[in-house]
Unconditional design. Structure first.
Length: 253
């Protein structure tokens, strides 16, 4: 097997096995894996274009003003106190910018907040300092804890891999119910565009639908005590057949 073929094979295997995880010196978002994260990425890109455009325009305008209307070039300053046309322009343009930002923002907000007819319900309970997962429709419940450094195997990620990842089927709408039995936690998986607080005595709800198989990683994103940094999340996305097999295995254990 040639070097190029070996690298291509390695890349293909890695991309399926580890769909997305934080990388050293990474800047920007992880690859989107759900419709919600696709929308968030598009919204981010739109805002970035608008912010850069406004920033460049204001900087150039300020520079031109300093160059054109300094005391040396303009010893007799203008006495004009207002300009109706300019005032209308600088009122309407910001309004239009806000409309351009607001409409897709509200659409995305309502889209991410709606709960589809779920194919699967997963209840997540935040504990100190691990997660408990329940699949009420399948009578499955288990704990998921971080793998300690001494127990890591080659290829596993430090501070991210767990002993029991939650498994969900690809392309299915998953209703996520999030709560806590002690302090505040937050269930966050960047590639899904999911970040939902786990509040004691309250059941928060969100959803996701992953369009690519693989393992996705997240972490608790609410300061919850001395081991807050040791509450990783691993979500394994598999085919429906693999999911059914996993459920049967869990039910039998």
């Amino acid at each position: 097997m040639s070097f190029i073929k070996k690298m291509a094979w390695l890349f293909a295997v890695t991309s399926v096995a580890m769909a997305d995880a934080p990388k050293p010196w990474e800047i920007g978002f992880q690859s989107p894996a759900t419709p919600t994260m696709d929308g968030l990425t598009e919204m981010h890109n739109l805002l970035l274009v608008i912010i850069i455009s406004v920033g460049v325009f204001v900087t150039l305008l300020l520079g031109y003003t300093l160059w054109r209307y300094n005391e040396k070039r303009n010893p007799n300053p203008s006495r004009v106190s207002h300009n109706t046309f300019i005032e209308i322009v600088w009122t309407l343009v910001p309004v239009l910018i806000l409309v351009v930002i607001g409409i897709p923002s509200l659409k995305l907000l309502f889209f991410s907040d709606r709960i589809e007819n779920a194919d699967l319900t997963v209840k997540v309970i935040g504990r100190q300092w691990y997660w408990t997962y329940e699949l009420p429709d399948h009578k499955v419940e288990f704990d998921s804890r971080m793998i300690e450094d001494a127990d890591l195997k080659p290829g596993q990620l430090r501070l991210l891999d767990v002993d029991n990842p939650i498994v969900v089927p690809v392309g299915k709408a998953v209703r996520l119910l999030v709560t806590s039995d002690n302090v505040l936690h937050s269930f966050a998986v960047p590639s899904f565009g999911v970040k939902k607080d786990a509040v004691p005595g309250r059941l928060n709800e969100t959803w996701f639908k992953v369009h690519k198989e693989g393992t996705y990683y997240g972490q608790c994103s609410e300061l919850c005590g001395v081991k807050h940094g040791f509450m990783p999340i691993a979500v394994k996305v598999v085919s429906q057949e693999e999911f059914d097999t996993w459920v049967k295995t869990k039910q039998a254990s």
